[in-house]
Each structure stands twice: as C-alpha cells, then as structure tokens.
Design a binder for this molecule. Structure first.
Ligand SMILES: C[S@@+](CC[C@H](N)C(=O)[O-])C[C@H]1O[C@@H](n2cnc3c(N)ncnc32)[C@H](O)[C@@H]1O
Length: 261
C-alpha cells in the first residue's frame, strides 16, 4: 500500500471559510478570523457575550479595580461582556458569602438583553442629564468608570481616531463628575497621536495613568486602553443630594485587597 504523504484527507487545524456568492471577501476573512480566534472560543465556553470580556479581565488582573463591593459604571456596554466580568468580580450577584456586594450599571445607545446583576439603561452618555441620572441610579458616586466605546467607523483612520479621542475625553469628564475619591477610569483609545491632551487631562486628575494593550486586544488593531487610578478629587456637594446618600452608605467602600484573579 502506498503511504499517503500528500496530507490530503487529513483534518486541517485552521478552519477555512469558502467564499460564498454575495459575501464580500472582507466578510469571509472576518468570519474565518472569528472561527479561528481562541478568545472567541473561550468566550463561548465561559458564557461571555464576546471576546471583549477578556480585555477588561486582563486589564483588571493587572490593576485590580474590579473588587468585591465596587460600584461600576460601564459606558457603551453592549452586548455586555465587560459588564459580565464586572458582575463576577464585584460580587454584584452576592454569590460570594462574606464579601462586599458591588453594583454594576451598564449604559448604551443600543438595547442590551438583560444580564443578571447588571442595571442596564439605554442612554446616550453625552446627554446633559446623563451624569445626574447615573448618580441617582447609584445613590452616590462610582468607584470605577469604564468605557469600551467606539463611534461608528467612518473608514478613515484619522477621523476614527479623532472621534474616539473626543468620546474618550467626554467619558473622562463624565468620570470626573461621577467618580469617588480614589476611583479608577479605564477607556479604549486608538493609537494615532491625538491622545496627548487626554493623557494630560488624566494626569492632572489621577495619581497614576498607564497605557496598556492587553493580550486579548488583537495585535493588528490600533486600539489600546488608558487606565487611570487614584482619582484625586470628587467635586464638592451636589444639589441632588445623591452624593450624601452614597457617602453615608456603610458598605460603600470596596475591599481593594479582596479582588478575584
Ligand atoms: C465595542 S462596543 C462595547 C463592547 C462591550 N465592552 C462588551 O464587552 O460587550 C461599543 C459600544 O459603545 C456604544 N456607544 C457609542 N457611543 C455611545 C454613547 N454616546 N453613549 C452610549 N453608548 C455609546 C455603542 O453603541 C457600542 O455598543
């Protein structure tokens, strides 16, 4: 019998997607990348709504701001992977006896299907009343504001970069209004040069500002994340009284030594 050395008939390790009539090459390549992406498979296996969940998990493994008891606001949360990670780590479902119980508020322009442990709101965070609404829902200030927001892609990398920097600066202003002293801010930016003003703004308001590209962020993507910790100062008393309610809560201080890996 002749030995088969052609390799034909052997199972290919990498899945290939046939180009179908009507499907663009870019869609075929996207599909192929999804099928072969270990983070996509891992997200499915672990019940996350998307591979993005691993970006915030890896960032938090390093900085540990998602701790039991933390109050988290996730801006641009759809479909909900970041929120799912936040729920598990902050003990928002109160399923870790003896640990402080966190809160997770998710905000997005789009509808998001319910996520256990998350309070979801369909809202444009740029709306004038958004900061007050979030503080009202929280009954006080947040310990973490995180944003994976992206504006709709224009196809022009420079325009997209500027748009995301603008979104990010607006998210930072939101954080200044909503964060508790010592709180953390995490946001997606695109590398491209226009983010210097954002860095400056963050350095004035936080004790530490670091840029990070977690392993789950695709190497061919220009995205990176800015992590700012140690918010230097909540703004003085607010007229809606929500602040007072928050600061009086006995259990409002998250346990920073008690995070889950
Ligand atoms: C990349 S997705 C977020 C993915 C999410 N982190 C996850 O893990 O599933 C970006 C989201 O930002 C939202 N977004 C963009 N601009 C927004 C705005 N002004 N207010 C609220 N959400 C916004 C978009 O609707 C989109 O769902």
């Amino acid at each position: 019998m002749t030995k088969n050395i052609s390799g034909r008939g052997q199972r290919e390790l990498r899945e290939k997607v046939k180009t179908a009539r009507g499907r663009k090459l870019s869609s075929t390549l996207w599909l192929e990348r999804q099928l072969n992406d270990p983070y996509v498979k891992k997200a499915k296996a672990e019940g996350y709504r998307g591979r993005a969940a691993f970006k915030i998990a890896e960032i938090d493994d390093k900085f540990r701001f998602l701790v039991p008891g933390a109050r988290v606001v996730d801006l641009g949360c759809a479909p909900g992977g970041w929120c799912q990670v936040a729920v598990r780590r902050t003990n928002a479902l109160s399923d870790k006896p003896g640990k402080k119980v966190g809160r997770v508020i998710g905000v997005d322009l789009q509808h998001v299907d319910p996520i256990p442990g998350v309070e979801l709101h369909q809202l444009d965070f740029l709306d004038d009343e958004a900061d007050a609404l979030v503080k009202g829902w929280l009954g006080g200030r947040a310990d973490v504001v995180m944003s994976d927001m992206a504006a709709a892609a224009s196809g022009n990398p420079q325009v997209d970069h500027l748009r995301i920097v603008i979104l990010c600066e607006a998210a930072a202003q939101f954080a200044f209004d909503v964060l508790e002293d010592g709180g953390a801010f995490v946001a997606k930016v695109l590398a491209g040069g226009a983010e210097a003003s954002l860095q400056l703004l963050l350095k004035k308001n936080f004790t530490k500002v670091v840029n990070i590209k977690p392993p789950a962020s695709r190497a061919d993507s220009s995205e990176k994340f800015v992590v700012a910790t140690g918010f230097k100062g909540a703004r003085p008393a607010l007229s809606d009284g929500a602040d007072q309610a928050g600061s009086d809560l006995p259990d409002a201080t998250p346990d920073r030594r008690d995070s889950e890996a």
